[in-house]
Design a protein around this ligand. Sequence first.
Ligand code: MG
Length: 264
Amino acid sequence: MLQLHDRRSRVFSGHTVTLQRLRQKRDSAKSPLMTINIIGIDADDTLWHNETIFRLTHKRFNELLGEFADEDTLEAKLAAVERENMKTYGYGAKGFTLSMLQTAMEISDGNVSPKVLREILDAGREMMTHPIEPLPGVEDALKQLKERARLILITKGDLFHQESKLAASGLGSHFSGVEIVSEKTPDIYTRAFTRHGGAAESSLMTGNSVKSDILPMLKAGGYAALVPYPLIWWAEAAEKPDGHPKYREVSALGLVNQWLDEIR
Ligand SMILES: [Mg+2]
């Protein structure tokens, strides 16, 4: 067998080398081979449910204010207030609660009852204390991924709430670092991966938001894997960069591992 193999190798060696070169050329044109040292992982709607909880609160808010406006009007007003307030409050449930209270007062011309305001406040508080459970398959995926690279949790939002959610999820031990940022921009990604001893170019970011987890990471020169969640907040909507050599959409966090095999 060995002799046959050797003879075949000799006969076809020239052809084999040419094929290898062609393959390397094709692969490098498709996506440069790279060792990924750090994987950045988003939290809300990537590791645990978030938007579902927001949607339930929207429903409750619309019911509480039904006497003042219909659902579409309430949603449009709340979105406008949120958009304006984001510059002041940033992301998260606390800012959203303040936006709900403001919307209630404005849409009712100040006629909303203290009882309804109290109920809105309670709804906001419930968002903050909602039990946190990892999404199916997430824990196994993190165990696999941390064998391949260092994992950094990168999330935006309220520092106290995001830290509380990570502690409640029981997933903290899988991460080498946590970055809670006010916005996800190319510069923020560059600095975060550098701070953790790597570089954006040799890192991969994964999450459910094209706008926050994918586009800025690609712009920073890194790899980005989209793991969609069934619901997306209007402020996170963006067009997918289909065809980008450093971008991939996968149906579950665990499948990022397979893409890493291709990147290497
Ligand atoms: Mg997210």
